[in-house]
Design a protein around this ligand. Structure first.
Ligand code: BES
Ligand code: MN
Ligand code: ZN
Length: 490
């Protein structure tokens, strides 16, 4: 979406006019009073958050006026603006608008920068369609907005627009990877995508480790999960050196199961239906590194992505068998559907041993249990350090990529006791998010680490606010906000 600043109203397909609840104009109404008054006086338009109504005035430069409700002025937030402007964008799309005018507004308690951020992020994050499968979209009758004119805004805020755009495009990048067919987005495709990031910046280096390497390294868990698959597994390493003088090194680990059938512990039809999303952690890590590099953030990050397909077939890894991890710990498989923690375990211990991380965060669509606890809007996380947990909560508040912390309750480790191996891989479904984290903790050791379970937030069953249906791109904005905080506090 292109943008420009201008002082005056220009010919557009839609000109968006914002109102607070009670139909109180949030902008300078004077030029529009005669067109808008009758509607406002009628009481038909109340200015409730996300309320929209079109007017077609005669003798006016733009084709349409869109009255947009922002809700109550005294409770406005960046997020409430995102949501209201997401509604405006949908209305604009419904009339196939290409060029839209947006007016500056008095945001009450919000700063000018926050107002612009809320408006622009709401617009950007909604202006997305996954354009591969529907005949209608293939023929591109689906309408995306091409251009926005910001009228009356402070032009010195332009850098903030650019930043938000880079982040939103990285969110699209992540959504596209998750929405793609599982038959196409296989481990090799994730590896190629990671390599293609090198074109963006000389500070990005991608190394792809293939199956022969995994065998040589004895990454027994990644290899076990992948056994029944007809495609090869990979361990992908993407590093972005944004601050070569610093020893700080943040490792982001993303679960990259490109399809999860459950293996011999086969999922049901309904359970399997959404399992192309099981690489959303990997996609979010790649999206965050993409954004960090384009924003030139002064941080050193390495993304580590174990990528496999969890299939069923004669070569499936077996329940009751014991497999040896890269760390040397042995794992008795009591559920082949708890595959995510297995591949993450090898990736985490590899990172600890070879990458000298000062902090580690993993993102994974790990458990159905977190969806039961928190639904699709909120991701669950565990952390072994309060400072890191607090920063994540801060990032969550600012981005509205919601998070809730669960305790790393060590006593639940009992659930992983095995008679014949060092541990089992599933401790049952109760407190699933916590148990997933406890399993992983054994492969992390002492360094500051957080595990974010995005099983609910990565892939939505229906569209809402500025999220389209299916892939949400959850995690990209959260991670970028966190990285920025770390830059400031270093
Ligand atoms: N990929 C699934 C988790 C999942 C569920 C992601 C729903 C997105 C939506 C994961 O591999 C899995 O199957 N987890 C098991 C763990 C259990 C066996 C301990 C689960 O949640 O049932
Ligand atoms: Mn599974
Ligand atoms: Zn899975």
């Amino acid at each position: 979406m292109k943008y420009a600043f201008s002082l005056k109203e220009k010919n557009a397909d839609v000109c968006v006019l914002p109102f607070w609840e009670g139909a109180l104009p949030a902008f300078d109404l004077s030029n529009f009073a005669s067109f808008v008054r009758p509607l406002v006086d009628s009481g038909d338009f109340k200015g409730k958050s996300g309320e929209t109504i079109f007017l077609y005035p005669e003798g006016f430069a733009s084709k349409r006026l869109l009255l947009l409700g922002l809700g109550k002025k005294n409770s406005v937030t960046v997020e409430s603006l995102r949501r209201s402007y997401a509604a405006a964008l949908r209305a604009c799309q419904s009339v196939h608008a290409k060029l839209v005018n947006l007016f500056s507004l008095d945001g009450g308690s919000l700063s000018k920068q926050e107002v612009l951020q809320g408006i622009w992020e709401g617009f950007l994050l909604s202006n997305y369609v996954f354009n591969s499968f529907k005949k209608e979209t293939l023929e591109s009758t689906f309408s995306l907005i091409d251009e926005v004119h910001f009228i009356g805004f402070d032009e010195s805020l332009e850098p903030a627009l650019k930043t938000a755009q880079i982040v939103a495009e990285s969110v699209y990048f992540t959504r596209d990877l998750v929405n793609g067919n599982a038959d196409e987005v296989i481990p090799q495709k994730l590896a190629e995508t990671a390599k293609s990031l090198m074109k963006l910046s000389p500070r990005i280096q991608t190394v792809v480790h293939d199956k022969a390497w995994l065998e040589k390294q004895k990454m027994g868990l990644i290899l076990a999960v992948n056994r029944a698959s007809s495609v090869d597994p990979y361990l992908i390493e993407v590093s972005y050196q944004g601050n070569p003088n610093s020893k700080e090194h943040i490792v982001l680990v993303g679960k990259g199961v490109t399809y999860d059938t459950g293996g011999l512990s086969l999922k049901t039809t309904d359970g399997m239906l959404t399992m192309k999303c099981d690489m959303a952690g990997a996609a979010a890590v790649l999206g965050a590194i993409r954004a960090a590099s384009l924003l030139n953030l002064k941080v050193n990050i390495t993304g580590v992505i174990p990528s496999v397909e969890n299939c069923i077939g004669p070569l499936s890894y077996k329940l009751g068998d014991v497999y040896t991890s890269y760390s040397g710990r042995t794992v008795e498989i009591n559920n082949t559907d708890a595959e995510g923690r297995l591949i993450l375990a090898d990736a985490l211990s590899y990172a600890v041993k070879h990458l000298n991380p000062t902090m580690m965060i993993d993102l994974a669509t790990l458990t159905g249990s977190v969806v039961m606890s928190l639904g699709e809007h909120i991701a669950g996380f565990c952390a072994n350090q309060d400072a890191l947990a607090d920063r994540l909560m801060e990032a969550s508040k600012r981005t509205s990529e919601l998070l809730w912390r669960f305790p790393l309750h060590t006593e639940y480790k009992e659930a992983f006791k095995s008679d014949i191996a060092d541990m089992t891989n599933s401790g049952g479904r109760e407190a699933g998010c916590i148990k997933g984290a406890l399993f992983l903790e054994d492969f992390v050791g002492q360094l500051p680490w957080a595990h974010v379970d995005i099983a609910g937030t990565a892939y939505w069953s229906k569209p809402k606010y500025y999220y389209p249906t299916r892939a949400t791109g959850y995690g990209v904005r959260l991670l970028i906000d966190l990285l920025k905080q770390l830059v400031i506090h270093e």
